[in-house]
Design a protein around this ligand. Structure first.
Ligand code: SF4
Length: 369
């Protein structure tokens, strides 16, 4: 398949690994930002192919993982209301809140529905004028345009019974927060390919320049990732710190301009809380004043919710590249994809779930034996 098979070609991958070995002369710590990249790295064992000088750490780019527990509980409080049809993508339904997940809520009679697009919710809202239809709008910049389109459309149609529960976050502020930490170990980034397909990569240039850190916008297949690692290591070895684009088949410097305009029309930038990390200033979106009638937070006014993460969980350190899932005492024992305790085990794109799904808990047990 064009644009897929050639990026999974073992011979090309092997050549890239050899070139990385020839290039590297000293230790470097690289972070892949996206959960999809983490998933591919672990699935294909790319980290095992690399020379020992290169350490890959896993970043905060898994949207389900970074959605705060407090926001999940808020979604549940809204979904429990008899006048609400609560809609979400399927992956959020099994994310546990403080008292179970949306599947369990659905089993007790709540009107919870899986949709494939926020636009599906408009049809549901039209067909159910006596109900409030709420879509759980989580994710990074990648999903923001479609969510923005849905409220623009609802407003144009005069559909007053459709709203978004917004928990959108943005990648660049999270990278800045990681670099500003006194504990930071990251020296180069594999930038988020899908996010940059929408936003372009110009907003990463000030980060590369200010923190003297190379950022290579990278795709998701094994050859993409190895080429992104090679480009990052070359910059580090040569003392350069620029934004480069490995994922040129999908990403341009300016990104998708109409999609960016749509985001800017509907959302304002706001402080956001990241699960496992805390509040990062100006790191997400909220609906702008013009769309306040479609803001579920405003409509339902859920009282503030206090939550507590399990003390054993180190997912905040995993998301900042300070620890690996195998460093957690609960990994693969108390905490599995069936019994997730923390942020990075709840989604298949989370680092802990990826490590578990590809057998790293068995490797960890063997290593300890
Ligand atoms: S294995 Fe579970 S408890 Fe440990 S860091 Fe990952 S999500 Fe948290």
């Amino acid at each position: 398949m064009k644009y897929l098979d050639e990026y999974r070609d073992g011979a090309i991958a092997q050549k890239l690994v050899e070139e990385i070995r020839r290039t590297v002369t000293r230790p470097w710590v690289l972070m892949e930002v996206c959960g999809g990249q983490t998933h591919s790295i672990v699935k294909y064992g790319l980290d095992y192919l690399l020379p020992p000088e290169i350490e890959l750490v896993h970043g905060p780019g898994c949207p389900v993982c970074v959605t705060p527990l407090e926001m999940i509980d808020r979604a549940h409080a809204i979904a429990r209301r008899p006048d609400v049809i609560f809609c979400s993508f399927g992956d959020m339904l099994r994310v546990p809140g403080s008292e179970g997940d949306l599947f369990q809520l659905k089993a007790t009679g709540a009107n919870v529905r899986i949709v494939y697009s926020p636009m599906d919710c408009l049809k549901i809202a039209r067909a159910n004028p006596d109900r409030q239809v709420v879509f759980f709008a989580i994710g990074f910049e990648t999903t923001a345009p479609a969510n923005a389109m849905s409220v623009m459309q609802a407003k144009a149609m005069g559909l007053r019974n459709f709203s978004l529960l917004v928990s959108h976050v943005m990648v660049p502020p999270s990278m800045t927060a990681i670099l500003q930490s006194p504990l930071n170990r990251v020296q180069g980034f594999l930038g988020p390919g899908h996010v940059c397909a929408i936003m372009g990569w110009s907003e990463y240039e000030p980060i590369a320049a200010r923190y003297r850190v190379p950022i290579v916008i990278t795709g998701f297949e094994p050859v993409d990732l190895l080429e992104g690692i090679l480009m990052t290591v070359r910059q580090l070895e040569q003392g350069r710190a620029r934004v480069e684009n490995q994922y040129a088949r999908a990403v341009s410097r300016e990104g998708n301009v109409p999609a960016r305009r749509t985001i800017a029309r509907v959302f304002d930038v706001a402080d956001r809380s990241w699960r496992g990390i805390g509040i990062i200033p100006k790191s997400g979106y909220k609906l702008s004043h013009a769309f306040r009638d479609h803001d579920a937070d405003r409509i339902f006014q859920v009282a503030s919710i206090r939550t507590r993460e399990p003390e054993v969980c180190i997912s905040g350190q995993v998301l900042r590249g300070l620890k690996k899932p195998v460093d957690c005492p609960a990994f693969g024992t108390q905490c599995t994809p069936q019994t997730p305790l923390g942020a990075t085990m709840v989604s298949a794109e989370g680092a802990c779930a990826a490590y578990f799904n590809y057998g790293r808990h068995l490797v960890a047990v063997e290593a300890k034996a």
